[in-house]
Structure formats: structure tokens, C-alpha cells
Ligand binder design. Structure first.
Ligand SMILES: [Mn+2]
Length: 343
């Protein structure tokens, strides 16, 4: 067991060295991540930028969606570009917190860059059986956040971590592991957190901005959604929806709909939760959450989405009521299958 662990570590160490070497072989690196970017995605991009940018190498962070206002405290967030603002000819593309083209945006803005790049690199913690072809694909599903992998990439390569980078990485880490409360928390993530904390980061700001900040519109949307939540399967299944009409009335947009699933999952005994966000007449964004023993990642995957066992999501091209019906059927089936296993 010990020997196997050691071999694992050596294998990982080599992968981190190889990834850093590949970045350093590049002159201009386009860095990108997933749509609806979160603190892990953005914090990882910013930390990578700061660590590897230099006189002979430019790293350009680009995201299809804007940085959510509550993340405007992440050091360097203003440097993140939108695809339409780009005027670069990157010889490398690095995907962080994401490993497939479809997750990088609704349009195929990245495709021409991928076609011209000498190398594609991936650093991700999502379990994905078919990542896009890449020179190096460092996928570590055991890691609680991509920020944890960036931390290891920097330390394995003796790249110093300053307070700004520590802030970005700590925010990414705790956003994805719920401040070390989720099941993806490991002894390693706690060690990484401890070492980042020692860099003198501002815990109060990070916590308030990540978990305790909501726009007034967002408060109203959450109140409307919670007002009409529904349950089924002996209250083991809960769901709620956000109608586009409510957003329009408030002059709100999808960024005001973030972080709504936590309150939903407080229901005693709940096993699966689904939040349906109507984005258009035939477009619904679905966020799924589960308690241990269930796998909403496979439900999301059945609808071409992705994520983890306990937190996943997908987009469905159908009217709200239809999308709800399809996803709830899959959730009910997961609960019934679990009942079947018990009998
Ligand atoms: Mn992540």
C-alpha cells in the first residue's frame, strides 16, 4: 500500500514537472476554463497567470462568461478577457477546471485557437472519460479543486506563492469543497489550505464574498424560488425553479441565480435536489445536488451535462415544464433504484 502510494506520488510529481515545462516552452498561452465560471476556475487561471507570466512568456486568461460580481475581489480578476476582445496568436492553449470544448462556451470561439496552437494542455479535477486531445492532460478526480492541483504544480516546481496567489487558490479550494465540509475534502486539501492560510490571506473577505454575498435581485429570486419548492418520494426529492419571467420583472440575469441549491438541500432527509433555471423559451439550466450514496453526475451526463456524483449540472433545450419532467423522472428512478438495492 505504502509503495503504491509512493509510486502514485512520483507519477504525479513527474506530471506536474512536465506540465510546467510545457508551459515554459510556450511563448503565448491562452488560458481558459468553463462557462459560468466559479472561484475555482477563475482563481486557478489567475494563479497560473501570475506564476508563469514573464518577459519571455505571456499568459492570457479568457472566459466566455463574465466574472461574477461577488468574485471581483480575486486579485487580478480585471485581467480576464472575453473572446471578442482577443488580439493574440497563442502557441499553446491551457484548459483549467475544464477538459472539453463544449464546456468552454456556447459558441466555438476556442476552435480556431486550438487548430493553430502547437500544444493543448489540460489541468482539471473533473472525472471525464473523454477529455479533448492534449499534449498533457493532468486530470485528478481525487483533488477537491483545480486550485489544489495548481498549488501542487507551483510547489512541485519550486514556484513561490505570494499572498495574491494564495488568495486566488484558497478561494478556489474552499469554493469547491464548501470550506472543507464536502466529501471531496481530503487530508491533502486541508494541508494545502493550511499552507495557503499561512501566507496571510484575508479569510473574512474571502468567506463573505464567496458565501455571504447576494445582490438584492438575487435575494428576491431565491425567495421566489423557495416560496414554491416541491417535494416527492417521501421528501427525498426536492426541486424548485426560477422562471425567466421573474428575472425579467426584476431586471436580473443568470448571474443573479448563483448559489441557490444550498438552501434547497437543507430539507431534512433529502437525497436529491434539482434547481431548474429557465434561460429562454426552450432552454433550461439544471443544477443537481445529491447526498452520499447517490450519483447526480450520471443523471447530468445522460443529458449531456457534467460534474461530480454529489454536484452536477446540464442544459436542456426544452420548455421549463418538459425539462423538469425529464430530469425529475431520472431523479425518481435513481431513488427507486436505491430502494431496490435495499430490498
Ligand atoms: Mn472546480
Amino acid at each position: 500500500m505504502e509503495k503504491q502510494k509512493q509510486e502514485e506520488q512520483t507519477k504525479n510529481r513527474e506530471a506536474f514537472l512536465a506540465l510546467a515545462a510545457a508551459i515554459r516552452r510556450s511563448r503565448c498561452v491562452l488560458l481558459t476554463g468553463h462557462v459560468d465560471p466559479d472561484a475555482d476556475c477563475i482563481g486557478s487561471l489567475l494563479a497560473l497567470c501570475r506564476a508563469f507570466s514573464g518577459p519571455e512568456r505571456q499568459l492570457v486568461p479568457v472566459l466566455a462568461d463574465p466574472v461574477p460580481p461577488n468574485l471581483h475581489f480575486l486579485p487580478g480578476w480585471e485581467s480576464i478577457r472575453r473572446p471578442e476582445e482577443l488580439d493574440i496568436q497563442p502557441d499553446a492553449v491551457l484548459l483549467a477546471d475544464c477538459s472539453e470544448l463544449s464546456r468552454t462556451g456556447d459558441t466555438d470561439w476556442l476552435t480556431p485557437y486550438l487548430a493553430r496552437a502547437e500544444r493543448v494542455l489540460i489541468l482539471d479535477h473533473h472525472a471525464n472519460a473523454s477529455p479533448m486531445p492534449a499534449e498533457i492532460c493532468l486530470q485528478e478526480a481525487e483533488a477537491s479543486a483545480t486550485a489544489e492541483l495548481v498549488y501542487l504544480l507551483l510547489t512541485e516546481n519550486d514556484i513561490p506563492i505570494d499572498q495574491e496567489t494564495a488568495t486566488n487558490l484558497y478561494a478556489g479550494l474552499i469554493a469547491d469543497n464548501g470550506s472543507f465540509r464536502f466529501l471531496n475534502t481530503t487530508p491533502l486539501s486541508l494541508r494545502v489550505g493550511s499552507e495557503l492560510l499561512a501566507k496571510g490571506i484575508d479569510l473574512e473577505t474571502i468567506r463573505v464574498r464567496l458565501f455571504e454575498t447576494r445582490s438584492l435581485k438575487s435575494m428576491r429570486i431565491m425567495a421566489a424560488a423557495l416560496h414554491e419548492f416541491k417535494t416527492d418520494m417521501d421528501d427525498r426529492l426536492i426541486w424548485m425553479h426560477i422562471e425567466k419571467r421573474v428575472l425579467d420583472e426584476l431586471g436580473a440575469d443568470s448571474s443573479d441565480c448563483a448559489n441557490m441549491t444550498g438552501s434547497m438541500m437543507c430539507l431534512d432527509g433529502v437525497k436529491i435536489g434539482a434547481l431548474f433555471e429557465e434561460r429562454g423559451p426552450s432552454l433550461v439550466k439544471v443544477s443537481l445536488r445529491a447526498r452520499r450514496g447517490f450519483d447526480v453526475g450520471s443523471i447530468a451526463a445522460a443529458f449531456q451535462g457534467g460534474g461530480h456524483k454529489l454536484a452536477a449540472g446540464c442544459s436542456i433545450k426544452a420548455p421549463l415544464a418538459e425539462a423538469e419532467e425529464m430530469v425529475l423522472a431520472a431523479c425518481r428512478k435513481a431513488l427507486e433504484d436505491a430502494d431496490g438495492r435495499l430490498h
